[in-house]
Design a protein around this ligand. Structure first.
Ligand SMILES: [Zn+2]
Length: 114
């Protein structure tokens, strides 16, 4: 039986640790979209003001992995003192990031780095 959205959300929140706010909503095509936001970091909002740092990725397990990778790298870069279960996957996250960078070499990196 597939895990429900709330079960997935609890699992993701537990993995992501105390600094993260995890939400899962339904994309227009009925797949899950994972959003992981940082409770500490703010980034400039286009126009004016700021918003919380967050990453959003769509698509069941792929979306979960992609969002969690971004979050792990954010934690490692910005909150080196934080501890979270997901940090156990830091080497894998870095390897996957490297793979994706090689796949799109020549194109500029995504603007939500950091
Ligand atoms: Zn942060």
């Amino acid at each position: 039986m597939p895990a429900t959205r709330s079960a997935r959300q609890r699992k993701a929140a537990a993995e992501a640790g105390a600094l993260a706010t995890v939400t899962i909503d339904l994309a227009p095509d009925d797949s899950f979209a994972y959003t992981i936001a940082c409770t500490r970091c703010e980034v400039p909002r286009p126009g004016s003001g700021t918003r919380s740092w967050s990453t959003r990725r769509r698509g069941e397990d792929n979306g979960y992995l992609a969002a969690m990778d971004r979050w792990i790298l954010h934690l490692a870069a910005k909150h080196p003192d934080a501890s979270a279960p997901c940090l156990a996957y830091l080497p894998e996250a870095q390897a996957r990031l490297q793979e994706r960078r090689e796949q799109r070499s020549g194109r500029p990196a995504s603007s939500d780095e950091g």
